[in-house]
Design a protein around this ligand. Structure first.
Ligand SMILES: O=C(O)CCC(=O)C(=O)O
Length: 294
């Protein structure tokens, strides 16, 4: 038997009405809470900020107290980078907000924001209030604390342009301004798992991290900082070349901020060496030391 003649398929069969076009699969809704404002610094803001940064004298902190026994299983080490805090100083060895959540004697009153930085805090705050769900902003929230992180390397030492995966525990949105070389920034799940999001933080960018997804459930880290422009940014730190500066602006409730003179005896002993170092260049800290009778 010869095969039946081939038929080309009809355009559509009249007994079956044409199918509606398949709907594109729904893209997952992006979780709210992560804001990105590229090139958020104008020339005037940048010049003011750079002058204010140049006046700071960042210090090297040890991760743990040098007066108390180390936490079990932990080894003492200096932070990878020099830091400076404004608004209040959250000395690493006091462990502010770290679980288990201890809030007393952890955040020490520090210099107020200089005017250029205050303008940047106001700008980030306004963006957060405009663009974030109001449930992400706790009562009383305002950006009153700034951590200045310097990324680079010590002369002759391996590169230290990174920060391990961690969470920021302060309440409410955290805003971050980046200056200098771009940094590879990633959000990761707790435990094992591939990064949920990877992005480059570029010179002049502003980011805000907030909400139950981006801020509370994920960790974030800086994997590396490029070194393309041979940058050597101020403030100068002896023996260290800085190629990126990141400012994270956070909220610490006033009730948690303690003047140095009012710190408990143990916390005061932990940080008095740092305060003495700060006092050698910053009148605010010299006064704090004098008030405390140091
Ligand atoms: O440098 C950055 O972009 C992030 C810094 C950071 O994660 C932090 O200070 O907690």
């Amino acid at each position: 038997m010869s095969p039946p003649p081939r038929r080309s398929a009809p355009a559509h069969r009249p007994d079956h009405p044409p199918r509606p076009p398949a709907r594109a699969p729904k893209a997952p809704r992006p979780s709210p809470g992560l804001l990105c404002a590229p090139g958020a610094l104008n020339a005037e803001e940048r010049a003011a900020l750079e002058a204010e940064l140049a006046a700071l004298r960042p210090i090297w902190e040890q991760r743990y107290s040098t007066h108390r026994p180390l936490p079990e299983g932990k080894a003492q080490h200096p932070l990878l980078r020099p830091v400076y805090w404004l608004g209040n100083w959250q000395f690493a060895c006091l462990g502010y907000y770290e679980p288990p959540r201890k809030l007393r004697d952890k955040a020490v009153r520090a210099e107020p924001f200089p005017p250029g930085l205050q303008r940047l805090a106001d700008k980030a705050e306004a963006m957060a209030r405009r663009q974030l769900p109001s449930s992400f902003i706790p009562p009383g929230w305002r950006l009153n604390t700034c951590l200045v992180n310097l990324y680079g390397a010590k002369e002759g030492a391996p590169d230290a342009g990174r920060v391990g995966a961690h969470r920021d525990y302060e309440p409410g949105p955290v805003a971050s301004y980046s200056i200098g070389e771009r940094a590879l920034f990633q959000f990761l799940p707790v435990g094992e798992g591939a990064p949920v999001k990877t992005m480059w933080l570029q010179d002049g960018d502003l980011h805000v991290i907030s909400g139950p997804f981006w801020k509370d459930s994920l960790l974030h880290r800086v994997g590396r900082v490029e070194d393309k422009g041979a940058l050597d940014l101020a403030p100068r730190v002896p023996g260290f070349r800085t190629r990126r500066i990141n400012l994270t602006l956070r909220y610490v409730p006033e009730a948690h901020i303690v003047p140095f003179a009012a710190l408990g005896a143990q916390a005061r002993r932990d940080v008095e060496g740092y305060v003495a170092e700060l006092a050698s260049s910053a009148p605010f800290w010299a006064e704090a030391l004098r008030t405390a009778g140091g």
